[in-house]
Design a protein around this ligand. Structure first.
Ligand SMILES: Nc1ncnc2c1ncn2[C@@H]1O[C@H](COP(=O)(O)OP(=O)(O)OP(=O)(O)O)[C@@H](O)[C@H]1O
Length: 274
């Protein structure tokens, strides 16, 4: 599984007919600290285009921090992150790598969509407008085209008949499906999923996971997913990365990680959650 002799360097390489082998996400020696708490420690990993990668590990091991760094909601302390070859954390100026400016960051971030634990919909906008807002205002898409895209995505998530509802008129599961459609409306190359069912009542979880399974199996979008839903992780993942204390301690296919983990910490973690 490792890309080279560095045990911390993890590369996704399982067969996926939709992948073209291009590297879409690359973390190089990324360190992130909060005060004297080192949350990510010299982390290297890559995700190839079209792959679905799930991050698992104990609470506090740094999984969400990785997604927040990719969304540029946090900044790295050391190291670099690249998305589809472009530096997210830095930009090249006069042949030198310098910390990225706001404009550069905004451009690279357009390649990334994220669905959060809390749905974060705009409460004062109807469902259709929630989805159209960013394509119109960030991508500059015409209103008709944005609306057509939004309607198609609402059909995809099974909510084609709720265009005119306000978020508060929907169940949590429906709101999360709108949030998925909203993330996809930007046509991102990578979809980040951060414990997207954790805030839902149990009976609403399956509907959201079914939509995501569908997207995983019928599109070529790259996914990086943090979840405690291990059956879902098994279903959609090409690769599973097991985190502990800010490092990837083990990675491999879901069959390998869930059925025959090598690391004692992985075995302990799985016996606690499965
Ligand atoms: N904004 C912040 N300020 C200070 N500490 C933070 C901040 N965000 C995260 N942390 C700390 O960083 C560590 C990693 O947090 P992170 O949310 O990435 O873990 P996680 O693996 O996603 O955990 P969980 O499964 O519980 O969501 C934790 O110790 C957390 O308390």
């Amino acid at each position: 599984m490792s890309a080279d002799s560095n045990p911390g360097n993890h590369t996704t390489e399982h067969t996926n007919p939709t992948a073209d082998g291009r590297e879409l996400i690359r973390f190089d020696k990324v360190t992130k600290r909060f005060g004297d708490n080192t949350v990510l420690d010299n982390l290297d990993f890559t995700v190839a285009a079209g792959k679905h990668v799930t991050l698992i590990g104990p609470s506090g091991s740094g999984k969400t921090t990785i997604l927040r760094l990719l969304m540029t909601l946090l900044k790295v302390d050391e190291g670099t992150i690249r998305v589809d070859g472009d530096y997210l954390t830095h930009e090249e100026k006069g042949g030198k790598l310098v910390p990225a400016g706001e404009r550069h960051t905004r451009e690279v971030r357009k390649k990334i969509g994220m669905v959060f634990q809390q749905f974060n919909l705009f409460p004062n906008m109807k469902v259709l407008r929630n989805i159209m807002e960013a394509p119109v205002h960030v991508l500059g898409l015409g209103k008709d085209e944005a609306e057509q895209r939004a309607r198609e995505l609402l059909d995809l998530v099974g909510l084609g008949d709720r265009c005119d509802a306000y978020p508060t008129q929907l169940s949590g599961g429906q709101q999360q499906r709108v949030a998925i459609a909203r993330a996809l409306a930007m046509r991102p190359q990578v979809l980040l999923l951060d414990e997207v069912t954790s805030a839902l009542d149990p009976e609403l979880v399956a509907g959201v996971l079914d939509v995501l399974r569908d997207i995983a199996h019928t599109t070529d979008i790259t996914m990086l997913c943090v979840t405690h839903e291990m059956n879902f992780a098994r279903d959609i993942s090409d690769d599973v990365l097991m985190f502990d204390a800010g490092r990837v301690i083990e990675s491999g296919s879901p069959d390998k990680i869930f059925s025959d983990p090598e690391h004692e910490r992985t075995r302990e973690f799985l016996s606690a959650v499965l």
